[in-house]
Structure formats: structure tokens, C-alpha cells
Design a protein around this ligand. Structure first.
Ligand code: SAM
Ligand code: SF4
Length: 442
């Protein structure tokens, strides 16, 4: 049977989809392009409105393939599945499996049952107290040089705007030995860079499912795994970023000089209504500590504009904080109401035109900062972990693409005889483009 996975949302969803594809492949199914599959898996996100609407339009589109493929069925996983549940199969009869964050580990087995029992539908929407371990599922002996390792599921923070704790459940850490065993296995199969994933990695280990190992200790153990040359993690909540994790940036050469630290707003009044439990001064203090520990650290962030009650003055404080920190990149969003979250009842709501205008001003500033950050790299030498060929290689043009330690995308020319994918190549940076760097191997 041929399957195709469609993924929406964050890196955690991308990591989940990767595992699901590997697990199905290991069970004898074959990945196929859209239009050729008999089974579609849609891994959804409901953090903002648009992704949810996109899911419905994708399900409509997939239904059209059924005319050519009798027996075609669809599995829907992730946040939208958790939220909408089995009503999905009333609206879209081809949907025969819905699974939430905690149901993912059992989804491959459920899919095998559905293949054999064409009249069955299965719902895997329960939350569990412990992290549901997944089988490692590597059908091939070797793995790509960059790998993701999920270290926890869910979130306990209940930020006023956020649906995640409702759709992904309460925080559940994996046991640290399981995390390290997966890192070792990946390194033994060829992984050189590992990104540790969770909604709030800084509070790893401290929930009832965890084993009490702090995130700083986990970082040190992961950095010590033989073969791991680069370590990254995402996402961090500023309120839980400990001095020990900041110190790790100074002490662990494997820990890359880049950090995604969502600030959301630069105005204390807004941060307080968001329930973020830090203020702008505390955030700037963390940034100072991080840059002292690692002067070359590249910082990125998430920002919401137009949170209920945000004034022009509040918004200007966000612009000021963004300028002070000098983020090299950021995801910025207009606030949108999500069902059941506290901010749904907060007033006054900000009109769409004002949100759009603030977002445009913020993004113009972020673009300038990104260009400045990239331009500062011109003339320097760096090491690129090669991900593959450049998107549109032309003769005499950069032919390979990868990332520097700061996470910046680098396209570079390379005269070597072999495919350098998965290796570290020293590169001289010659030019800054809008969102990436160009250079040549040296
Ligand atoms: N756990 C991470 C954190 O605390 O920053 C990321 C959570 S969320 C999946 C990713 C981003 O979506 C958030 O950082 C926030 O900026 C944005 N977001 C979440 N809910 C939102 C909403 N209701 N409206 C607009 N943006 C939202
Ligand atoms: Fe959502 Fe806040 Fe949890 Fe991040 S920390 S997932 S923004 S509730």
C-alpha cells in the first residue's frame, strides 16, 4: 500500500510526521507522491486559525482522488484531530483514523488494522499520564546527518492566547535515559546534529512523568554522546531559562550559538495579560547573559501583534525591544482568538486593519535586522553541515546548501568530486542575500 503524509505547523509536527513515515515504511508500506497514494495522513496544527481552515480544504482536495482509487482512506492527526475529534469523519467520510499527540505512537498499528478491516474506524484521542514511547523505526541502517529527538509532549503554561495545552495535553517528559539512548542510536547511524524538541524544553524533567533530570543536565549528557558535533533545542520559555542552561552555551562547544527564545511582546502590560510570567527587563537580562556566555549567539523569536488591549504605545515597546536585541530572525503573527483560551474573552479586540498595519511595520524592521545580521557574516569563514544540493543549481553558481552553526542557510560552490551531503565543509562567506548567505568551499 502507498501512503503520503501532509504536515502543517511546527517543527514538532514535522518531527512526528518523519517518525510516522519511517514507522509505516518499516511495516512494509511505501511512500508515494500526492495523487498516487491509497492512504493519506494529514498531520494538523490548530495554533492559529488559518492552518485549521487549510486542513479542511486539503481534506476536500484528497476526497477527489477517491474516484480513481477505490479503498482510499485518510488518517488525521495532531491538534485539529484532537480538537474536532470524530466529528471529522461525519464531515469527511474518507477519514477513518483520528489521532491526537498521545495517540501518535499507536497510529501505525491502527493503520495496519484499518487496511485489513475496511469497515472499521479508529479514534486515538486519549491523553496519558506518561510519555508514550515510540518504537525507533529506522528502516535503513544510516540516517540523515540532522536528526530531531522529541524530549517531551504537551505544555502546562496556559499562556492566555494559546491552544496547545488543550490540544496537546499537559507536559510529559520522556525519561532522560530514553532520550540519550535515542541520541546514541542516531549518532551510531550517522547523525551529527541533533535538535531536542518540546513545547517548553527548559522545564524538561520537572513534571510528574519526568525523572527529575534538569534540562541543563540533559544537554550535557546529549553533548557528550560520541559522534554528536552539533546540538540545538527548541522551544524555550524565557521564564524557565535557567542560569545552568545559559552557562552551557559557554561550556559546551557542541551547543550551537543559536537560540529561539519567544518574547511575544515588549510591553510589560501585554506580557502580564498574556500570562507569560516575565517582563521586558527580565527578557533583556537573559539576552545579556546569553551574549556574555556566547558572544556570537544568533537569537530568534516569536512575536504576536494585536493582542487584546495592545495600544500603539505597547506596540512601540515591542519594536524597541526587537531593535535592542537585534533578532536575526523571527516568526510574527497577528493575534487570533482560539476556542477555549483565556484571551478569547479579553477586550478590546484590535481591529484587523490595525493588526495588519502593525505586523507590516514589525516585519519591515525584522527584515532590516536579518539583512544586517547576514551582512555581518560576509568575509568570515564558517563550517557548514551540508543538507543537500542547492534548490536551483546552475553551472558556476552555488551548488550545495547547508547551515552554519548559527543556523543560517548557506549556499556555496564546491569543486570537490563527491557529494558532500552530511559532512562539514569549511566555507568562506562572499555575499548576503535576503534570507541566506552565499559562499565558496575553502
Ligand atoms: N511553546 C512555544 C512558546 O512558548 O513560545 C511555542 C508555542 S506556539 C506552537 C508557536 C507560536 O504561535 C507562539 O510562540 C505564538 O507566538 C504563536 N501563537 C500561539 N497562539 C496564538 C494565537 N492565538 N494568535 C497568534 N499567534 C499565536
Ligand atoms: Fe503555548 Fe505558552 Fe505552552 Fe508555548 S508555553 S505552548 S505559547 S501555552
Amino acid at each position: 500500500m502507498k501512503f503520503h503524509v501532509i504536515t502543517f505547523g511546527c517543527q514538532m509536527n514535522a518531527g512526528d510526521s518523519d517518525w510516522l513515515s519511517r514507522s509505516l515504511t518499516a511495516k512494509g508500506l511505501t511512500p508515494a507522491p500526492e495523487g498516487e497514494a491509497d492512504l493519506y495522513i494529514v498531520n494538523t496544527c490548530s495554533v492559529r486559525e488559518k492552518p485549521e481552515l487549510k486542513v479542511y480544504s486539503v481534506l476536500g482536495r484528497l476526497a477527489e482522488y477517491a474516484a480513481e482509487k477505490p479503498g482510499l482512506f485518510i488518517a488525521v492527526g495532531g491538534c485539529v484531530a484532537q480538537q474536532v475529534g470524530t466529528t471529522l469523519w461525519r464531515r469527511f467520510p474518507l477519514v477513518r483514523l483520528v489521532f491526537g499527540a498521545d495517540g501518535l505512537a499507536a497510529a501505525p498499528q491502527a493503520i495496519l488494522r484499518l487496511i485489513n478491516e475496511p469497515k472499521l474506524r479508529i479514534s486515538l484521542l486519549d491523553f496519558f499520564d506518561a510519555y508514550p514511547e515510540r518504537d525507533p523505526a529506522w528502516p535503513e541502517a544510516t540516517v540523515p546527518a540532522q536528526a530531531f529527538v522529541t524530549i517531551m509532549q504537551g505544555c502546562d503554561n496556559f499562556c492566555a492566547y494559546c491552544i496547545v495545552p488543550f490540544v496537546r495535553g499537559r507536559q510529559k517528559s520522556r525519561k532522560s535515559d530514553d532520550v540519550i539512548a535515542e541520541c546514541r542510536d542516531l549518532a551510531a547511524r550517522g547523525a551529527r546534529e541533533i535538535t531536542l524538541l518540546g513545547q517548553n524544553v527548559n522545564s524538561f524533567g520537572l513534571d510528574t512523568a519526568g525523572d527529575g533530570t534538569s534540562f541543563a543536565t540533559l544537554l550535557r549528557r546529549a553533548a557528550a554522546v560520541d559522534g554528536i558535533k552539533r546540538l540545538r533545542f527548541t522551544t524555550s520559555h524565557p521564564k524557565d531559562l535557567s542560569p545552568e542552561v545559559i552557562a552551557a552555551f559557554a561550556d559546551l562547544p557542541e551547543l550551537c550559538p543559536s537560540l529561539h527564545l519567544p518574547v511575544q511582546s515588549g510591553a510589560d502590560a501585554v506580557l502580564s495579560r498574556m500570562g507569560r510570567r516575565y517582563d521586558a527587563a527580565r527578557y533583556l537580562h537573559l539576552v545579556e547573559g546569553l551574549t556574555k556566555a556566547r558572544p556570537d549567539i544568533s537569537l530568534s523569536t516569536d512575536i504576536i501583534v494585536g493582542f487584546p488591549g495592545e495600544t500603539e504605545e505597547d506596540f512601540c515597546k515591542t519594536l524597541e525591544l526587537v531593535r535592542t536585541v537585534g533578532f536575526e530572525s523571527a516568526f510574527s503573527f497577528m493575534y487570533c482568538d482560539r476556542p477555549g483560551v483565556a484571551a478569547q474573552s479579553f477586550e478590546p479586540k484590535i481591529p484587523l486593519e490595525i493588526k495588519a498595519e502593525r505586523l507590516a511595520r514589525l516585519q519591515a524592521l525584522l527584515d532590516d535586522l536579518q539583512t544586517a545580521g547576514l551582512s555581518r557574516r560576509v568575509g568570515t569563514r564558517t563550517e557548514v553541515l551540508v543538507e543537500g544540493a542547492s534548490r536551483r543549481p546552475k553551472p558556476g553558481q552555488p551548488s550545495w546548501r547547508g547551515r552554519d552553526p548559527g543556523g543560517r542557510v548557506v549556499d556555496f560552490t564546491y569543486a570537490g568530486p563527491d557529494d558532500p551531503t552530511g559532512t562539514f565543509v569549511p566555507v568562506e562567506i562572499l555575499e548576503a542575500k535576503k534570507h541566506s548567505l552565499r559562499g565558496k568551499a575553502v
